[in-house]
Ligand binder design. Structure first.
Ligand SMILES: *[C@@H]1O[C@H](CO)[C@@H](O)[C@H](O)[C@H]1NC(C)=O
Ligand SMILES: *[C@@H]1O[C@H](CO)[C@@H](O)[C@H](O)[C@H]1NC(C)=O
Ligand SMILES: *[C@@H]1O[C@H](CO)[C@@H](O)[C@H](O)[C@H]1NC(C)=O
Ligand SMILES: *[C@@H]1O[C@H](CO)[C@@H](O)[C@H](O)[C@H]1NC(C)=O
Length: 373
């Protein structure tokens, strides 16, 4: 009887202990490598000149957490910053600022560049829309940077495999700009649907490349619901109410994002078969964002989730002639009361909810927490 009691007690303790570990332990990575665009750039675009978007060098960009502009396209931290924090690691330095002496206590690096595309710049030049690109540092350019850096991290295959086994690779979000550029110069949804398989292929090729280089743990995010973004709502708004869903988002553009995500998930399924030893995790940014778009007040967004905090007027506070940081714009007094920061990007508060959905929630498949080690 006593033994049975002890057994039950220890079972309960073990069970309790496990639950605790699952819910609060930090993620177990020694380093993080991030690829992407403005959703995760921590300074590369600014370091490269930021010709197309110089206002990210000034407040109010960065005002919330860093209290100065860092080159992040938000008021504060991004999803990648919260993932670094959840792993007990420092925020990732931008690759273009990495110094040789930092390689001694290296915990990863960020290759993301604001404005970057999944497809190479040539694709856009071939379609005569190359001039609108903010940057040519597409996903494959970022992979080239990784390859260059790799030689200073490890030499033999064995050494590299051992090194990268303890690393998390974030492949995106990337691809959103491939569509943004085309939509903003007048592309139709029908025309753009044709480019989705190409964008998805660029993302899965990058994922394969990294696995071949030794990555085993990879997180590949889908796209946000673009039909809920202030810039899309402003540029493509319609007097026809049936084009909006119950949250006030443009149905056709959200359907476009969902289609991209669907194709990406299917492509990742195929990659999982090809590389059974790797953990290829899909991150559902769409679902994670939809939670607060659907219930703004429940998440503390008293200023709503569709209207930008920082902008120059208009129904969604996005005005292309007075974008956030430009003359004629102003930022709201409490950015965490808004999900949308500048019409295009989200606030730190919104990114925190997305990160929470990935790290502690159910928006990663398979779950991020049950990692290899
Ligand atoms: C991208 O490359 C093209 C062609 O090489 C060049 O003309 C253009 O200035 C580059 N764009 C940027 C933003 O660097
Ligand atoms: C409004 O949009 C719906 C599709 O969302 C379309 O079927 C309908 O014809 C449109 N109505 C008008 C007045 O344009
Ligand atoms: C947009 O900004 C321009 C330039 O500051 C201004 O003249 C215009 O009134 C603004 N539009 C709206 C809708 O606030
Ligand atoms: C996950 O949950 C833990 C414990 O509740 C919390 O400390 C942590 O901040 C959460 N992580 C994120 C990214 O929200």
């Amino acid at each position: 009887m006593k033994m049975l009691f002890t057994l039950i007690l220890s079972f309960c303790l073990i069970f309790y202990f496990n639950v605790e570990i699952v819910s609060t332990s930090p993620l177990q990575y020694d380093s993080i490598f991030n690829f992407g665009d403005s959703l995760s750039d921590t300074g590369n675009f600014l370091l490269s000149g930021a010709m197309a978007f110089p206002v990210i060098a000034q407040l109010p960009y960065g005002e919330t957490f860093f209290r100065h502009a860092t080159g992040r396209c938000s008021d504060g931290r991004l999803v990648v910053d919260f993932i670094s924090e959840a792993s007990g690691l420092p925020h990732l330095p931008p690759y273009l600022a990495l110094r040789k002496d930092q390689l001694h206590s290296f915990h990863g690096v960020n290759f993301a560049v604001a404005g970057a595309t999944a497809l190479d710049a040539k694709f856009f030049y071939d379609q005569s829309i190359g001039k609108v690109l903010w940057t040519n540092d597409s996903l494959s350019v970022q992979l080239g940077w990784f390859k260059q850096l790799k030689s200073s991290l490890c030499t033999t295959k064995q050494e590299c495999d051992n090194y990268f086994k303890k690393s998390l690779f974030l492949v995106g979000e990337i691809g959103g700009n491939d569509y943004n550029y085309a939509y903003f110069v007048g592309g139709s949804i029908k025309q753009l649907r044709a480019s989705v398989p190409l964008v998805v292929e660029a993302i899965t090729k990058a994922t394969s490349f990294l696995i071949e280089e030794g990555a085993v743990e990879l997180l590949v995010p889908g796209n946000f619901p673009i039909g809920c973004s202030a810039v899309y709502l402003t540029l493509f708004g319609s007097p026809n109410k049936t084009e909006y869903d119950r949250n006030g988002c443009l149905k056709a553009y959200n359907a476009f994002s969902k289609n991209h995500n669907y194709q990406l998930k299917r492509a990742l399924d195929m990659l999982r078969q090809k590389y059974p030893h790797a953990r290829i995790i899909y991150a559902d940014y769409y679902g994670a964002a939809m939670r607060f778009i659907h219930a703004p007040r429940h998440h503390g967004f008293t200023g709503g989730t569709l209207t930008a905090c920082c902008g120059g007027g208009g129904p969604y506070n996005f005005n292309n002639s007075a974008r956030c940081g430009h003359i004629g714009s102003r930022a709201c007094s409490n950015p965490s009361s808004h999900a949308n920061w500048d019409g295009i990007h989200l606030t730190e508060a919104a990114y925190r909810y997305v990160a929470m959905g990935l790290v502690n929630g159910t928006f990663t498949t398979p779950p991020l927490r049950s990692s290899l080690k």
